[in-house]
Design a protein around this ligand. Structure first.
Ligand SMILES: C[S@@+](CC[C@H](N)C(=O)[O-])C[C@H]1O[C@@H](n2cnc3c(N)ncnc32)[C@H](O)[C@@H]1O
Length: 250
């Protein structure tokens, strides 16, 4: 155990994990960023209480873009019987696996994978699918949302940065074929940042407006979609609607 703790202390972390000896993992972002993780977990817990009941031992969960495992670990600690995390970066998978070993959590595993390459038929379905902080780093967000739907049996939670939306009417080929805009995407350039631990792996990022996100979620097959209310003391981005968490039910 102590050598696992030493290994954890020797690495740098996005999340402030409390280790079994009471110390906390050294983070590379400073303490204030931890508030976004705490707010999001608070919102998830409230949503699970509402939709999943108290006994979650028979439920499975998938954390897409699991990074160093924060939400997958929380889900395992909250009683989900089987939790799997997938992230594009192998280094994150190694760090998450170290934390899972340190906490001695059963039924929790991590693997490397790019959301755009996943095969839902091979992976199967999970009762809960999380996609926190990933959508706005992707060049194919619609495909990723289709993948979420294919992997989801009950409830999918998507948390993402959003951009201000455009609305209005478009002469779609000619004035006889006028169509309403259903939302919009902003393009963000991360091509110079792909080495970063939180970044896109390709650098071309399409960030949806809220209207676009909600409309696409329904079109890819979720039956009910709602925006979760942030708590009064939420991290500023969630409080001021720069990021949202959306619950999509199958
Ligand atoms: C901003 S971090 C979010 C991490 C975590 N879900 C959270 O909300 O705290 C983005 C994560 O997405 C991962 N990622 C980026 N592109 C990916 C892709 N195409 N498929 C899977 N994971 C990806 C990164 O490695 C990183 O761990």
């Amino acid at each position: 155990m102590s050598s696992l703790i030493e290994q954890a202390r020797a690495r740098e972390w996005f999340y402030a994990y409390e280790l079994p000896d009471g110390s906390v993992t050294p983070t590379y972002h400073g303490v204030e960023i931890q508030a976004i993780h705490d707010t999001r977990w608070q919102m998830l817990e409230r949503c699970f209480d509402q939709h999943m009941g108290a006994d979650r031992s028979g439920l499975s969960a998938l954390d897409l873009a699991s990074h160093q495992g924060w939400f997958a670990v929380k889900m395992a600690q909250a009683g989900f019987g089987r939790v799997e995390g997938i992230d594009a970066r192998q280094a994150h998978v190694d760090d998450s696996s170290l934390i899972a070993d340190l906490y001695g959590l059963q039924g929790l595993s991590f693997r490397q994978g790019d959301i755009h390459e996943l095969d839902p038929l091979a992976l199967g379905q999970f009762d809960v699918v999380l996609m926190m902080g990933l959508l706005y780093h992707l060049e194919n967000p619609v495909g990723a949302l289709r993948t979420c739907r294919a992997l989801c049996r009950k409830l999918c939670l998507i948390e993402t940065q959003i951009v201000p939306g455009m609305s209005g009417w478009v002469d779609y080929g000619g004035y006889q074929y006028v169509r309403p805009l259903k939302g919009s995407f902003g393009i963000i350039d991360e091509t110079g940042d792909t080495h970063g631990p939180e970044a896109s792996i390709t650098g071309i990022c399409l960030v949806p407006s809220l209207e676009a996100l909600l409309w696409i979620l329904e079109k890819v097959g979720f039956s009910r979609v709602s925006v979760l209310e942030p708590p009064a003391d939420a991290y500023e981005q969630l409080l001021h609607h720069k990021r949202v968490m959306v619950a999509a039910q199958v």
